[in-house]
Design a protein around this ligand. Structure first.
Ligand code: ADP
Length: 366
């Protein structure tokens, strides 16, 4: 006589994959199987185990995908247990593997139309926040007109020189280099094109970055030589624009947008900084400068809106103290805003990398 367990239908690999084809990544608009996200599928009796290999450890829908995948397989006849292991492997942007930065998977340029909008603060918090998710992150301070990131990261030492190689300073899990550090003598007040070109090239190619998932480049405000050198030297995954609500009609930020577009840099999205104020007494939100300007502009221009960050004295104080708020006060509304934004940014980077045809994407028959 058969035991009750042997009566149970044996689930097959094909059944499991069919079930997982019903689970879609909401950002990439494809199912987990056709995206090649499923690895190490094993069936032992009625126990099914597999890995989901996401495109970023900062994936904002990590838990949702894991739960949906587990439920889909659990619903199959003959399955008593599903073990899902979620991991991530950041995919490399097209062409970087053949460049002088082959160990870097993505280069993200952060720009703004003018200074003082909080671009460097955003770049720093995003870099540190991405590193906290487990990603390997580099941060290049290319804002030659106001290199403020060393203060924000509390980095007082110079990057080390070994022979003609630059060893980045490691802080909060981020490998950091500032362009300002490699200019001999007095730092120039005026950067001529060739000087900016040389300093940026050194900071890109003479640095021992090691393996990086994301290299965040904090550009100088406006448009100019540093940006041009960057895009002419390496394939950039995309650009992020930091704006403020005072940018009436989005006139200033539009120049940054055009700069990215004219140099064929994909727009990963817009971030509105100093968007609103949270009353430190009652916690109420005050839209001092009106609200939704950048969100509206991004909708009209057809580019992603990554989110808004409040005006928060805590952001300024933590920056001056050398500990980004995302580390110093991770449960604050501002840190939460950065966390949400970095999830969306990482998703946009993945979208860019999946849009290129060379990737291994299996077509699903209609
Ligand atoms: P940029 O890189 O655009 O020139 P910074 O990042 O250097 O601007 O920021 C300018 C100043 O504004 C710094 O003192 C910084 O601490 C502060 N700051 C940036 N973002 C915020 C914010 N959301 N709330 C309060 N202060 C901020």
């Amino acid at each position: 006589m058969n035991s009750p367990t042997s009566d149970r239908p044996q689930v097959t690999e094909a059944d499991v994959l069919k079930a997982l084809r019903g689970v879609k990544d909401p950002d990439l608009h494809r199912d987990l199987v056709s995206l090649n996200f499923i690895d190490n599928l094993k069936i032992e009796g009625s126990v099914v185990s597999f890995d989901i290999n996401l495109t970023t450890p900062a994936c904002p829908v990590k838990e949702k995908l894991r739960d949906e995948a587990r439920e889909a397989v659990m619903a199959l006849a003959g399955v008593s247990e599903v073990r899902v292991n979620v991991k991530a492997e950041v995919r490399q942007h097209a062409g970087l593997d053949k460049s002088a930065l082959a160990s870097v998977r993505n280069i993200v340029a952060v720009g703004s139309g003018k200074g003082g909008v909080g671009k460097s603060t955003v770049a720093t918090n995003l870099a540190v926040g991405l590193a906290q998710t487990g990603a390997r992150v580099g941060l290049l301070d290319a804002d030659i007109y106001g290199p403020s990131i060393p203060i924000m990261l509390g980095v007082h030492e110079q990057a080390e020189l070994r022979g003609n190689r630059i060893i980045p300073v490691e802080k909060y899990g981020v490998r950091f280099v500032s362009m300002g550090l490699f200019v001999p003598g007095e730092k120039p007040l005026i950067w001529r094109g060739p000087m900016a070109h040389k300093a940026l090239s050194q900071c890109l190619f003479q640095v021992d970055w090691g393996e990086l998932d994301y290299l965040i480049v904090d550009l100088p405000p406006g448009t100019g030589d540093v940006h041009l050198t960057l895009v002419q030297s390496v394939p950039v995954t995309g650009g992020v624009i930091v704006s403020t609500p005072q940018d009436v009609g989005w006139k200033i930020s539009l120049k940054t947008l055009r700069m990215f577009q004219q140099t064929n840099v994909a727009i990963l999205g817009i971030i509105e900084n100093m968007s609103y104020h949270i009353c430190s007494h009652c916690g109420a939100r005050e839209d001092i400068f009106g609200s939704g300007g950048a969100a509206k502009a991004s909708k009209e221009l057809g580019i992603p809106f990554l989110g808004e960050i409040p005006i928060d004295i805590g952001i300024r104080i933590r920056a001056d103290e050398g500990t980004p708020i995302i580390i110093a006060d991770p449960d604050s509304p501002s840190a939460k805003a950065y966390q949400q934004i970095l999830g969306k940014l990482a998703a946009q980077i993945s979208i860019q990398n999946y849009q290129r045809p060379s990737l291994r994407i299996e077509e699903v028959p209609a």
